[in-house]
Write a protein that binds this ligand. Structure first.
Ligand code: AMP
Ligand code: MN
Ligand code: MN
Ligand code: MN
Length: 316
């Protein structure tokens, strides 16, 4: 960055660009999520529910009350070379028909997958899981593995969500069903078509070889992808450094997000993220965001200059 003035204050806006509500598999309603974000000192929050944007209007109303800048987001499930990837859309227009229709198609597919997961669990002697997961999903318009996980925990099959995934819901386990989501091309197309920026969520989670990762980033960029999530609760400090370097080399922006799902189910609470490594170009560089300096934060453009500074609280 080419700013020449000296920074005289060292707090920064608190930015978290990945979170979930009860609209998908989070535990807090959109308004409770925003209230929690305010308590945690978050200034800029993206609500990025899986495959649905139905929480954005409530979130937007609450964000105004809480003096938080809401970034309208979504996390889209994608299949790329037989693997599931999650692509975040940030700054989307929730009224864009190709996006809303595409997400509806994914949710319908989720319903079929949920029935298939339940049929698998039936064979394993675990009955009623479709109804159980639906009850966990509550008013959400989709069923995810997390809802199955919470049901299985409630029935005593494991002590927590993390261990129930390991025992029942991942590849090679009784409740696993392989599923084909939408293509990378479609997801990026919907996001960009609605005015948003596409970001690869938690890239270390996919465990791609270096070659495949390079191929993904090249394809993603050619399709108009904007950035990768460098700071994530799924990343170790080493992975954060690795993806910061990769983003810089590939000319992609960097994003940061807690992937908050609710109390007790997330490694990072809202508002407790380490700063982006200084070489990164933040995805928010060109966003118009109010100056939160008066509430103890500097302007957004100054953040990337604050080498080595961390947000308050714990780091990775
Ligand atoms: P789905 O999109 O329905 O396949 O579910 C994916 C969601 O399950 C993720 O967004 C996480 O919320 C959750 N999840 C995936 N793997 C795990 C895991 N190992 N432990 C806990 N939660 C997980
Ligand atoms: Mn989730
Ligand atoms: Mn994800
Ligand atoms: Mn997520």
């Amino acid at each position: 960055m080419m700013r020449s003035h000296v920074i005289t204050h060292f707090s920064m806006p608190n930015i978290d660009l990945h979170s979930h509500s009860t609209i998908s598999d989070g535990m807090l309603s959109p308004s409770r999520l925003l209230a929690h974000a305010a308590v945690r000192g978050v200034n800029v929050l993206a609500l990025t529910d899986h495959d649905d944007i139905a929480g954005l209007s409530e979130a937007s109303r609450s964000a105004q009350q809480e003096n938080i800048t809401l970034i309208r987001g979504v996390e889209i499930s994608v299949t790329w070379h037989g693997r599931t990837l999650h692509i975040l859309g940030l700054g989307i227009n929730p009224e864009h028909p190709p996006l809303t229709e595409g997400l509806k198609k994914i949710r319908d597919g989720r319903m079929d997958r949920a029935r298939a997961i339940a049929a698998q669990l039936d064979k394993f002697g675990i009955y009623g899981s479709f109804e159980g997961a639906s009850a966990q999903a509550g008013t959400s318009r989709l069923i995810g593995r997390t809802h199955f996980a919470r049901f299985l925990v409630s029935q005593g099959y494991a002590k927590n969500v993390k261990s129930v995934f390991k025992k029942y819901l991942v590849k090679g386990k009784p409740g696993h069903v392989s599923h084909v989501w939408v293509s990378l091309d479609e997801a990026i197309g919907w996001i960009r078509g609605s005015g948003g920026q596409a970001v690869i969520a938690h890239p270390a989670r996919y465990k791609l070889s270096n070659d495949l990762l390079e191929q993904l980033l090249c394809e993603f960029r050619e399709l108009g992808g904007a950035g990768i999530e460098v700071v994530s609760s799924s990343h170790t400090p080493e992975q954060t450094r690795q993806f910061a370097a990769l983003a810089t080399r590939m000319n992609l922006c960097a994003s940061c997000g807690s992937d908050y799902h609710g109390p007790g189910e997330s490694y990072f609470d809202l508002g407790r993220l380490p700063a982006l490594p200084p070489e990164c170009t933040p995805i928010w560089n060109e966003w118009e965001i109010p100056d939160y300096a008066e509430t103890g934060a500097t302007t957004l453009n100054e953040q990337s200059e604050q080498t080595g500074l961390q947000s308050p609280g714990k780091s990775v």
